[in-house]
Design a protein around this ligand. Structure first.
Ligand SMILES: [Zn+2]
Ligand SMILES: [Zn+2]
Length: 229
């Protein structure tokens, strides 16, 4: 359960980093020519993205929101919270970034009454915006896995555990017969019956000294991780 939560956070961090990267690329497209405008048949001029107020505002806001979403991964250590913040920032940023080229071609240029063709910057902006939205959707689709945790055995008076993360318990038992060539997984040397203990849960055999040294520090079986009583 902890492992899957950690994995999820790592995944969100990666998605957040990608969002920040694509968001800044989107802002940089403002420096490129977005439109080639023809005033008449001879003269033509390049219209860079940053020259138009609306485009500049939408793209910078969208790109920055996507960039800020990386911070979302440090707001909380709970994957569910990070997912909501990351998804909100990235989709909002992506939609704003997408609005920039769309608004330019649908509203601004017709209003200016100029004809022209979209240029490199326009397509780059459109592409990065679509990637931002897609990354946002990936965040939404990355759901915390439901992990089936076996319900702890419930004996008589004991209170049922409130949390599913109650560690399971085991014990180290003496071993009478050790198979030949049994190797201690801690020190990688052969174990003999005189100095062998076995984890009653996973059945792995260790040197008594090796296992006890480990248990004294960690309190758990070196192999299965269950708490040693
Ligand atoms: Zn050993
Ligand atoms: Zn064990």
């Amino acid at each position: 359960m902890i492992v899957s939560e950690q994995r999820l956070l790592v995944r969100f961090f990666k998605l957040g980093s990608l969002l920040a990267l694509v968001g800044s690329m989107h802002i940089l497209t403002l420096l490129l020519p977005w439109y080639v405008v023809r005033a008449d048949t001879i003269s033509r001029s390049l219209l860079s993205g940053y020259l138009l107020t609306e485009t500049l505002m939408f793209s910078v806001a969208g790109g920055m929101l996507a960039g800020i979403s990386l911070l979302a991964t440090s707001f909380s250590s709970r994957a569910g919270t990070v997912r909501i913040i990351l998804a909100a920032f990235s989709i909002l940023g992506g939609v704003l970034a997408l609005l920039s080229p769309v608004y330019l071609s649908m509203v601004v240029l017709p209003r200016l009454n100029v004809s022209g063709e979209p240029d490199l910057g326009f397509f780059a902006a459109l592409f990065t915006a679509v990637v931002l939205v897609a990354l946002g959707l990936m965040v939404v689709l990355t759901r915390p896995q439901k992990v089936e945790v076996p319900y702890p055995q419930y004996y008589g008076e004991q209170e049922p555990a409130m949390s599913s993360s109650v560690p399971e318990e085991t014990s180290l038992e003496r071993v009478e017969n050790v198979e030949d060539e049994t190797v201690c997984p801690i020190c990688y040397t052969t174990v003999t019956a005189e100095n062998a203990v076995r984890c009653s849960s996973c059945g792995v055999v260790f040197h008594q000294g090796c296992a006890e040294a480990y248990v004294n520090i960690n309190g758990t079986c070196p192999n299965c991780g269950k708490t040693v009583l």
